[in-house]
Design a protein around this ligand. Structure first.
Ligand code: C2E
Ligand code: MG
Ligand code: MG
Length: 633
């Protein structure tokens, strides 16, 4: 007598799971399609198992032909099921049949042979036959279980072979769902009358759901859209399945707005944008990648310019949330994901870097600025810098070079500016202008700034700088660093650990950072109490606002090299007037970018106090700086 007690609960569980699964948003990836097919196959196996077993019990009521059909159908579906579990494994490992045609064909062979043997059993009696007393197992009946073992072992083999690229969690899920199948098959072989195999398959299906396909893993917590992991999964599909275009949107000044509005309010705004994008482009997929970065994905042939224009238009209007009306500005980046050379990682890295760059520049109004597909070269450069940056920071290998500051009248050394340097794979120096924006965008500027501060302190302590005439060292402070609440304390700790007085360090702040003045003012207030002095860097390069400059405790203004060069090429009254004004306010002035004696002279004549530039020296490694100026005094 057959025991059905496991079958009905299993069927109910399956239907429940299917109901949950189809109601949630799913990514258009092979794994998801295979999973739905697997659920349907599993239900069909269950149904045909019950039907054929029942028919075999009541064999007198049915013709032999009917019994043959019912049993053959069961065996066919039974074999299809293990093949689908195996397919799922290959897809989870991102293996594609196109890339491995021979392996794919060979791995199909056991399945095809077993199917032929099953289907021809009505003539050969190999797997089963219908005799006088109904259903009888044939000599090759164990084959159906053997096929299960074959594909389970094959799955495990692939899993172990591809272990390197897998996260532990995915590896464990792959291992355990096959273990459930393995135990199920062993039980089936040892207790053939107990219809328990389906229950084990159910367990395998549930493991897959919980471990890999759970929609919550791929959904952003902001509204019902997908997250970075979801994007990575879609882009990991074989490239011939990936005819996608990606339009990235970055909310400009996201961090700034967030610090003003507060996290919860900002999350609400993000949800508004997500909803708008989903409603306006129902046929596209929307992803949210943290920090004000959105991605819309659709076919590469879509009219992306129009889509961008529509969104751009929407951003000219306000976003209303509760009682607040907000205006947001947005920058766009386009990338296409069709190239076979690009891996998911690379596409995402590029997109994120480009978005973060776009976030900082004001590309909002320039519709024509829609960046074309990123070229491989641009991409490589950015990714290489990012890699060099990570390795320099992780290995404490950020270098600090020093550029002399010269007294304009005596032409003697009075100070130095510390400038960060990293090296690329080939050991070549990368100038700060290239990697600082990337460090700011990726958030690593804080660690980088920490290393620069520490190494500058070591430099100050190690040499007799005062003997060389150095009265202070200028350090650049990024606006992002100023977002750290405990900045002043961090600085104080490093200085006291190294025994360096804060009067030896002057902090350079650019005009750009002053946009965020409420927070900055507080930070500067604390640092000033600790004894630090402040320098306004790159004056004249951005949004000059004299009222704001007055509000900060600057002791020195550095004129940006652009306005210095401009004056040198076309003398007018503007720069001398500005210099006079600052001097009257009690500030000293430094001119950057001095490249010749004539420039040095012309700039000295208008009353600038200090000079910096290649004419005197390029930024130098500490030892070179010291050997040059120790002897010069
Ligand atoms: P900055 O603070 O205005 O630094 C001066 C930049 O001008 C340096 O570029 C320097 O090498 C370059 N320079 C100096 N004299 C001349 C000259 O005569 N002619 C020309 N053409 N260029 C000259 P660098 O080192 O590439 O730094 C670029 C910017 O990166 C810096 O501009 C500063 O804003 C930022 N930076 C550098 N180091 C750090 C750091 O440790 N932290 C932070 N937050 N920013 C840094
Ligand atoms: Mg500077
Ligand atoms: Mg400067």
């Amino acid at each position: 007598m057959w025991n059905y007690s496991f079958v009905v609960p299993s069927a109910l569980m399956m239907i429940t799971l299917l109901g949950f699964y189809v109601r949630r948003p799913r990514l258009p990836v092979r794994m998801n399609r295979t999973y739905v097919e697997l659920l349907i196959i599993e239900l069909s196996v269950l149904a045909s198992d019950i039907i054929s077993t029942r028919a075999d019990e009541l064999y007198t009521l049915f013709s032999p032909a009917t019994l043959y059909v019912a049993n053959t159908l069961f065996f066919v579906l039974f074999l299809v099921r293990i093949l689908w579990f195996y397919r799922f494994m290959t897809q989870m490992l991102h293996l594609s049949a196109r890339e491995h045609p021979l392996f794919t064909m060979l791995s199909m062979l056991p399945f095809v042979v077993a199917q032929i043997i099953c289907i021809t059993s009505f003539a050969t009696g190999a797997v089963f036959s219908i005799g006088e007393s109904g259903y009888v197992s044939g000599p090759l009946y164990p084959l159906v279980s053997v096929i299960y073992f074959v594909y389970i072992i094959l799955s495990w083999g692939l899993l172990f072979a591809n272990r390197a690229g897998l996260r532990t969690h995915d590896f464990a899920t792959g291992f355990f769902y096959n273990l459930a199948l393995f135990v199920g098959t062993v039980t089936r072989v040892s207790m053939p009358k107990l219809l328990v195999m389906d229950t084990f398959c159910m367990v395998a299906i549930a493991i897959i759901y919980l471990g890999i396909l759970n929609p919550d893993l791929y959904l952003s917590e902001h509204g019902d859209c997908f997250n970075m992991r979801g994007l990575r999964l879609v882009l990991s599909e074989p490239s011939h399945n990936r005819d996608y275009g990606l339009l990235g949107l970055a909310l400009q000044n996201y961090n700034h707005e967030r610090s003003i509005l507060g996290g919860r309010q900002m999350d609400g705004v993000v949800a508004l944008v997500i909803n708008y994008l989903k409603k306006t482009f129902p046929n596209m997929m929307v992803f949210y990648l943290h920090s004000g970065r959105f991605v819309i994905m659709g076919y590469s042939s879509a009219n992306w310019k129009r889509i961008q224009a529509t969104i751009h238009d929407r951003f000219t209007k306000v976003w209303q949330r509760k009682d607040t009306n907000l205006r947001l500005s947005v920058a766009f980046v386009y990338a296409d994901a069709t190239s076979e050379l690009d891996t998911a990682e690379r596409i995402i890295d590029n997109l994120v870097i480009a978005l973060d760059n776009a976030k900082r520049t004001d590309a909002t109004d320039a519709l024509d600025d829609l960046a074309g597909p990123l070229t491989t070269k641009q991409v490589d450069q950015q990714v290489n810098i990012l890699r060099a940056l990570r390795s320099a920071i992780d290995g404490n290998k950020v270098e600090v070079f020093f550029q002399p500051l010269i007294d304009a009248n005596t032409r003697k050394l009075v100070g130095a500016e510390a400038l960060a340097r990293i090296r690329d794979d080939a050991g070549q120096l990368v100038p700060a202008g290239t990697f600082i924006p990337i460090a700011e965008a990726s958030g690593s500027i804080n660690e980088l700034g920490g290393q620069v501060l520490q190494k500058t302190c070591e430099f100050i302590r190690a040499y007799d700088l005062e003997g060389m005439g150095v009265r202070w060292v200028n350090l650049n402070l990024s606006p992002i660093q100023c977002l750290q609440q405990d900045l002043a304390k961090q600085f104080e700790d490093v200085l006291s650990k190294n025994g360096v007085p804060s009067s030896m360090i002057r902090l350079e702040i650019t005009e750009r950072s002053m946009l965020d003045y409420s927070l900055l003012q507080r930070q500067i207030g604390e640092l000033e109490t600790d004894g630090f002095k402040f320098v306004m860097d790159d004056y004249g390069s951005g949004y000059s606002n004299l009222v704001r400059i007055k509000r900060y405790p600057f002791v020195n203004i550095k004129l940006d090299m652009e306005i210095v060069w401009d004056y040198f090429h076309e003398r007018d009254v503007l720069l001398p007037t500005i210099v006079r004004g600052f001097r009257e306010m009690g500030l000293s002035i430094t001119a950057e970018g001095i490249e010749s004696e004539e420039m040095a002279q012309a700039i000295t004549d208008i009353g600038v106090d200090y000079l910096q530039g290649f004419y005197f020296s390029k930024p130098l490694p500490p030892e070179e700086f010291v050997s040059r100026y120790a002897s010069a005094q």
